[in-house]
Ligand binder design. Structure first.
Ligand SMILES: [Zn+2]
Length: 787
């Protein structure tokens, strides 16, 4: 047999026409795929009573998110009153669950420790006719201190109010629906924890639908489920517009992020967690205004939540926990899914199909063993180069515009940069293809790409089963249609076959690319580049069609063909540069899109010294007025920050008093002391923290009447400690049992919002804002007491 390894899977006679036809078909399919994951159009206030209306829900958003209303703040009172009166207006009997709750976590993302909060959840039940269990609609009505929370989470709360209106306007459901509007989510998930631990309505557990936002736009993505989700996924698939993928569940499980869903899930509730996440630049910041909201996202939230409440409201909830997790993902017109036990068979089948394709290609003389192995090895190049270059692109943007470093994950207008990352990936694939196509051969390269998709499918089946479909299905489809293409001997039938294979890849991977960019952001542009390159590998038989036919040419013709082969690469490079340049021009910082900066103030009353602190990695111009030098831990003055490193600079001491510690009682027995303390802030504060010197072991602690775990230590000379959000003005009761007969060192700290009244602070100029984080613009006052 003659070895002709430079032959492709398709060799249509009119190559240009075939290329054009496949590109048009795939582009059209891509457009349909994208449209099917876009949120539905918002409905106005005149929508029928039984329907969800974003127009009506938005009226609640404007009331709830008029200003920041952090847990325990004065601004929260009117919001709570509004929720209660709205629910009473629906004929319901809401109650306030007023309590103290304990959660893990800490003020700083890197510090260990315990969080407590005084929370006031708003809870009410819509009774069912013959309830088989309870459905819980959950959203948090507190905001961060740095913004009004128009999206996070006035959107979720308003959605629940509008869903409750629609439910109470229609026939009663079989099952109880409990509305849980939690408090203190931003501080510590403490409201949700309090509901799960202490509310009688939670005792029998049930099914939770949690509604969140981490941005201002995009589809409402169902991104987290309880374990054994098969039955829930069936119900979710029947919502008006399901946008969820089992891969998101796997990704989210590996991220440190948490929502109110976490305490419910950990307590054994079943359920689904949904959020819209695009437009993340406003997340937790002063720009998270009602006006920033895309009301289509609100409509999406509401339509799906209402449909789920109705479907869950009518079934026997005892049957909800099926065995196993489903694999599922959006397809045009709905959601496709299959049971989890099919993950391994499909992954193995895909691998076998690719091996069969390689064997047939070899037998038919399209590729020899050496070239197939070579193609597989060389495919590592784009798989690595695309993510590396995508990340380098973002680092370049951060160098040009340093404020980008402090944005949550994305700039205000990320579209052009996302397109640039896609163009960079395309350039990598086109360039690599043009470089090796003649030496390795088109068939071998296409098979090498499918080989990697199949191998990744197997790896994912082992590591993250819900994500295996992403590469296993395109590999399987590509291999089967490749076999058909070879059997049809490369003509128009073969073109049709590989187009069908590519179509499967587009349907499976394109929505994921579109959902992935906002999920992890340009800050992790490498992940966007990686997932995009997977689609590129699946499309190699199509990529080949836009190149001149391989092989056969000699001399000048060959040279010309090779030059023409570089055209797609050059066009992609040009597109990447153009998209990047347009992005830089379009996405500038201004008053409505301020550059976020980080600044805190800490006063140590014991030493009389004050410091400016910043968590910026390299300070921006405004921040550099206050801090300089090398970042280092600040546990000596603020144990709550744990190992987190901060930049510091000298500040003028303000006339502020630290919280006052009063010893209520002090009993000694053997080698231990039992201390009862009253810790009272001397000014209006958002939080109070107390840490005990590391030289003393705390064996038991009760704070605000709640037992607190004593295992986690702060570091930097400090041991056990806690943060209490929304502390009572009259003082916080703290009982400690410590193993010592000697003195006990205590570090007490409180913190309030805003730096404006501090000596030496100059207001931010227009276009400079503050980062939406729990430590932004924090004014901390601390002191060491020895008792
Ligand atoms: Zn939040």
């Amino acid at each position: 047999m003659r070895d002709a390894p430079d032959r492709a899977l398709t060799r249509p006679r009119r190559r240009g026409l075939a290329a054009l036809a496949t590109v048009v078909v795939l582009a059209a399919l891509g457009a349909v795929s994208l449209l099917s994951i876009m949120p539905p159009a918002a409905r106005g206030t005149t929508a029928p009573a039984g329907a969800f209306s974003a127009g009506r829900a938005f009226q609640h958003v404007e009331k709830i998110a008029a200003e920041p209303h952090v847990v325990g703040s004065a601004a929260q009172g009117p919001v709570r009153a509004y929720l209660l009166s709205t629910l009473r207006g629906l004929g319901l009997a809401p109650e306030v669950q007023d309590t103290v709750s304990v959660q893990g976590g800490a003020l700083s993302s890197s510090a260990g420790g315990v969080n407590l909060a005084h929370v006031q959840n708003v809870v009410t039940r819509i009774p069912g006719t013959a309830s088989t269990g309870r459905i819980f609609l959950v959203a948090h009505y507190d905001s961060v201190e740095t913004g009004p929370g128009g999206n996070d989470d006035a959107a979720g709360v308003s959605t629940i109010l509008e869903v409750a209106r629609a439910l109470t306007a229609g026939p009663r459901l079989r099952n109880d629906v409990v509305l849980v509007l939690t408090d203190g989510e931003e501080a510590c998930l403490c409201g949700a924890q309090a509901f799960v631990d202490q509310n009688p309505l939670a005792r029998t557990r049930g099914v939770v639908l949690n509604l969140e936002s981490r941005g201002s736009s995009g589809p409402a993505i169902m991104f987290e489920t309880s374990k054994d989700n098969a039955k829930l996924i069936d119900l979710y698939a029947r919502t008006p517009k399901p946008v969820g993928t089992s891969f998101a569940v796997e990704v989210y499980r590996r991220l440190p992020n948490e929502t109110d869903f976490t305490p419910f899930r950990e307590a054994g509730f079943a359920g689904l967690n949904t959020a819209y996440i695009d437009g993340a630049a406003v997340y937790h910041s002063a720009t998270d205004l009602p006006a920033a909201m895309d009301r289509d996202s609100l409509q999406h939230h509401g339509e799906n939540a209402l449909a789920l409440a109705r479907s869950l409201g009518g079934i026997d909830l005892a049957t909800i926990k099926a065995s196993g997790d489903s694999t599922y993902f959006p397809v045009p017109g709905g959601q496709f899914g299959y049971p989890g036990w099919l993950v391994w068979p499909l992954a193995v089948l895909a691998l076998l199909a690719v091996l069969a394709l390689a064997a047939l290609a070899r037998r038919r003389g399209l590729a020899n063993g050496g070239r197939l192995v070579g193609a597989f090895v060389l495919t590592v190049v784009p798989i690595l180069a695309a993510p590396v270059l995508a990340q380098a692109f973002w680092l370049l943007l951060c160098t040009i515009r340093p404020g980008y470093r402090e944005l949550p994950i994305d700039p205000y207008r990320p579209l052009w940069y996302r397109l640039a990352v896609i163009a960079i990936t395309a350039a990598v694939v086109f360039g690599w293809y043009a470089l090796f196509r003649r030496r390795i051969g088109p068939a071998a390269m296409a098979i090498g790409g499918l080989g990697w998709l199949a191998v990744l499918g197997v790896a994912l089946a082992a590591l993250a089963p819900g994500g295996s479909y992403l590469t296993a299905l395109p590999a399987l489809a590509g291999a089967l249609t490749g076999l058909v293409a070879i059997l049809l001997r490369g003509g128009w039938g073969a073109v049709l076959a590989v187009t069908i294979g590519a179509a499967v890849a587009v349907v499976v991977l394109l929505p994921m690319i579109i959902l992935f960019f906002p999920a992890l952001g340009l800050a992790l542009a490498a992940t966007g580049g990686f997932i995009t390159v997977l689609l590129g590998l699946a499309l190699l038989p199509i990529v080949d069609l836009i190149h001149p036919e391989a092989g056969g040419q000699r001399g000048l013709t060959a040279l010309r063909a090779r030059r023409r082969g570089l055209t797609p690469f050059l066009l992609a490079v040009l597109a990447a540069v153009a998209f990047g340049a347009v992005g830089l021009r379009v996405d500038t910082f201004d008053v409505a899109h301020p550059a976020p900066t980080r600044l805190m103030y800490a006063l140590d009353v014991t030493t009389g010294q004050a410091r400016w602190l910043s968590a910026e990695t390299s300070p921006q111009k405004w921040t550099a007025q206050y801090v300089a030098g090398v970042a280092r831990p600040v546990t000596d003055i603020l144990p709550v920050f744990g190992p987190q490193k901060l930049l510091t600079g000298p500040a003028t001491a303000a006339p502020l008093a630290a919280p006052q510690v009063t010893v209520v009682s002090d009993t000694r027995s053997g080698d231990s002391r039992q201390l009862r303390l009253l810790v009272r802030p001397q000014r209006p504060v958002r939080l109070l923290a107390l840490h005990v010197g590391a030289d003393v072991t705390v064996t038991a602690a009760t704070v605000g009447g709640r037992d607190v775990p004593v295992g986690q230590l702060a570091g930097g000379g400090w041991g056990f400690g806690f943060v209490f959000h929304a502390p009572p003005a009259a003082g916080l009761d703290v009982a400690l049992t410590v193993r010592t007969t000697g003195p006990v060192r205590l570090r007490v700290m409180d913190a309030s919002e805003g730096l404006a009244t501090l000596p030496g602070f100059r207001p931010r100029p227009p276009g400079v804002g503050s980062v939406g984080s729990h430590t932004s613009d924090l004014c901390a006052v601390a002191q060491t007491d020895t008792i």
